[in-house]
Design a protein around this ligand. Structure first.
Ligand code: SF4
Length: 244
């Protein structure tokens, strides 16, 4: 029997979510975090989804295959869909797609399974705070199992898969913790500091009116990171690699 999954939407075409690739984006519905700054609140606390057969999603993506050979799976948090995510990735792989997974890191077992079965090609792991429980709880809207995030990071570090640790830089939430984060993820190969852009759709409405950190602030914060590849992403300049 064909399996049903909760789909938030599909974007046919992007060149920015997976640098160097032309990709479609699949937004899966639902998340186990409630990050106050989250601008995908429709996919987290709203009811903005439709239930659809996994094979239909693959068929829709295949109809663009002449132009797009890569798929970004994000959310929400894709790993809450468990074996349904495995099935989606399997069918996409059978159809020849490259797959990037965006994850909050709360399900290391599933990430490991996807890597071991060669069902994903790239992982973007969000690091929302330093690994102090109270800080992560605030940044994620309640998640405190730090070992899960650390395990996901270690799985990526010890794999051959391409990955990046994405750190959203958010004033009044984690900007003052960036130096601590840098000390905790020294083993990660690639780190990206992302400029927070306010939105009307944040889960906590107080984050609608927060000013973005400037590009210069991000460049200065990036100096705390001694990782092999350090990048920033800003609205004005897109992605910039700061290491040579
Ligand atoms: S930003 Fe937080 S709440 Fe929003 S989708 Fe990502 S993990 Fe979930």
């Amino acid at each position: 029997m064909d399996e049903i999954i909760k789909l938030g939407g599909i974007l046919d075409f992007t060149t920015v979510d997976w640098p160097g690739k032309i990709a479609s984006i699949v937004f899966l519905y639902g998340c186990n975090f409630k990050c106050p700054y989250c601008f995908n609140s429709d996919l987290v606390i709203g009811n903005n989804f439709k239930e659809i057969e996994i094979s239909k999603i693959v068929a829709l993506l295949k109809s663009n295959k002449d132009f797009v050979d890569s798929v970004v799976i994000c959310g929400g948090e894709p790993t809450i869909h468990g074996e349904k995510l495995v099935k989606l990735c399997s069918l996409l792989k059978e159809s020849g797609f490259k797959i990037k997974l965006d994850t909050n890191g709360s399900n290391p077992e599933l990430v490991e399974k996807l890597i071991k079965n060669k069902l994903i090609d790239f992982v973007a792991l969000d690091i929302k705070s330093d690994f102090q429980e109270k800080n992560y709880e605030r940044a994620s809207g309640g998640f405190t199992d730090m070992q899960k995030i650390k395990n996901t990071l270690n799985i990526l570090i010890n794999s051959n898969i391409e990955y990046e640790c994405r750190i959203p830089v958010i004033p009044n939430l984690n900007q003052h913790l960036i130096k601590n984060i840098a000390k905790e993820i020294t083993q990660a190969k690639t780190v990206v500091l992302e400029q927070y852009i306010s939105s009307d759709k944040t889960i906590d409405k107080n984050f609608k009116i927060i000013n973005s950190p400037s590009r210069e602030e991000l460049i200065n914060l990036a100096k705390f990171f001694k990782n092999e590849i350090v990048k920033i992403r800003t609205k004005e300049m897109g992605e910039e690699i700061l290491t040579s």
